[in-house]
Design a protein around this ligand. Structure first.
Ligand code: ITT
Length: 198
């Protein structure tokens, strides 16, 4: 909305931005993409480090506060993989799903979790807050559904018998790793930053 505070969301992934804005609806904040020359080198060793690298680059480019999300799917039978490398596991989204199902094969242990680390930085790239969200579940035997993005067609969250890609996106946004991390972040932004009228 017009009077909403605008915060740069440091991503090149349009699905993430859409989810973030849906989760943040009613918070008084609109998240907007960074400038076109945003091209961070994600060489951190943790989700937290990579989210910091992205947030800092966007903040310095735009000379404004910025938020970033680094996320991934950690599968127990794959020793926590693809984890940090979820986006780079194979060239396309479909090939990444195919590779995951092939590698997990008929393993009895299908436990997995989505993890999302968020970092909010000021215009100089100093960390204001980091949050984390996890969504636990299991890997389906085959892919189903077309909603969401990434590994959603093969991830069945705890308490459900359908994949995230079979759920309405509004439901995903109440249980996802991203919504847990973002809701903690919105609480921080409201309590500290809006009070200080940054
Ligand atoms: P940015 O770095 O530009 O934000 P990205 O897609 O490269 O976009 P990440 O490096 O954080 O993002 O990688 C996250 C990958 O993990 C993402 O591409 C998906 O493959 C997977 N992933 C993360 N969140 C997901 C979700 O909610 N549903 C399905 N897959 C997800």
């Amino acid at each position: 909305m017009e009077n909403n505070i605008k915060i740069v969301f440091a991503t090149g992934n349009a699905h993430k931005l859409k989810e973030i804005n849906e989760i943040a609806q009613g918070s008084g904040i609109d998240f907007v993409l960074p400038s076109e020359n945003f091209n961070p080198v994600e060489n951190g060793k943790t989700f937290e480090e990579n989210s910091y690298i992205k947030a800092k680059e966007a903040a310095v480019l735009s000379n404004s506060i910025a938020l970033a999300d680094d996320s991934g799917l950690c599968v127990e039978a794959l020793n926590g993989g693809p984890g940090l490398y979820s986006a780079r596991y194979a060239p396309t989204a479909q090939e990444r799903i195919d590779k995951l199902l092939k590698n997990i094969n008929d393993s009895a242990n299908r436990k997995a979790k989505f993890v999302c680390a968020m970092t909010l930085v000021d215009n100089k790239g100093q960390i204001l807050k980091q949050t984390i969200g996890e969504c636990h579940g299991k890997i389906a035997k085959k892919q189903s559904g077309t909603n969401g993005f990434g590994y959603d067609p093969v991830f069945i969250p705890e308490g459900y018998d359908i994949t995230i890609a079979q759920m309405p996106e509004a439901l995903k946004n109440t249980i996802s790793h991203r919504s847990i991390a973002l809701n903690k972040m919105l609480k921080f932004i409201n309590e500290f930053l809006i009070d200080r009228r940054f």
